[in-house]
Design a protein around this ligand. Structure first.
Ligand code: ZN
Length: 241
């Protein structure tokens, strides 16, 4: 089975459309949360992923948009964008986001927005966090988002997981050890590569392929300026930071 994995779309419809076009036909589509927050098209991103039948979990920005988390928990620009997003959500988008949980399991794979230990806020960035993550799961593979950095954490016999940051186009073939994997972000990459990031998981080969795709960043920035969204959130898209 060929599974497309997207995460951290952040209301960037232009990037999401480019990713889905590039991905082509898949048997399943999974979303690791943060449909919304930061960008200009929250309802459109939710609608498109729902139309495609995505299996999804909620991210911290989704939970802020529906009031489960307080916007006060975010820093200045993110809080402004979170309040704007909450005002934009349609009743249908709101009830959809309310139906999601920040962690789940599908096809024998754990999905967690942040980490399996703390799926709402914790960032999977270090070997020690990965070690705690392996203790928290009983599946071979766990997919996480939240950091916006394509990455791979592999259990090791030494007890200290191996950490790799995965550039576009990299693949990781079948491994007997547990893995925690981040596809990177569709709508706001932060690894100094501004192209939209996603992952294709081939369940037969147990192979993971990190992919990158260019999209019309100017178009997104123009819309963000028209809407008065924060300048820092607008400018960072061009730099992938
Ligand atoms: Zn995010």
């Amino acid at each position: 089975m060929r599974i497309g994995v997207v995460s951290d779309i952040h209301s960037n419809l232009t990037a999401l459309v480019a990713v889905l076009d590039d991905m082509g036909a898949v048997d399943q589509l999974w979303c690791l949360g943060d449909f919304v927050g930061y960008g200009p098209w929250p309802n459109e991103c939710i609608d498109l992923l729902r139309e495609r039948g995505a299996l999804a979990i909620a991210g911290n920005h989704d939970l802020a948009a529906i009031g489960t988390l307080s916007c006060e928990d975010f820093n200045g620009d993110a809080a402004i964008a979170a309040r704007w997003t909450a005002d934009q959500l349609s009743p249908s988008s709101r009830s959809y986001l309310e139906s999601l949980r920040p962690i789940g399991e599908v096809e024998g794979v754990t999905l967690a927005h942040g980490t399996p230990r703390e799926p709402v806020w914790e960032y999977m960035l270090s070997a020690s966090t990965a070690a705690a993550g392996f203790d928290a799961i009983d599946t071979d593979l766990c997919l996480v988002g939240h950091t916006h950095i394509p990455s791979l954490f592999v259990e090791s016999e030494s007890g200290v997981p191996e950490v790799s940051y995965m550039p576009g186009g990299a693949t990781s073939p079948s491994a007997p050890l547990q893995r925690i994997v981040n596809p990177g972000s569709v709508g706001q990459p932060r690894d100094r590569d501004p192209r939209a990031a996603y992952l294709v998981y081939d369940t037969d080969a147990k192979e993971l392929a990190w992919r990158r795709v260019e999209y019309d960043i100017d178009k997104v920035q123009k819309r963000m300026r028209e809407l008065g969204l924060p300048a820092f959130l607008t400018e960072r898209l061009a730099y992938g930071v």
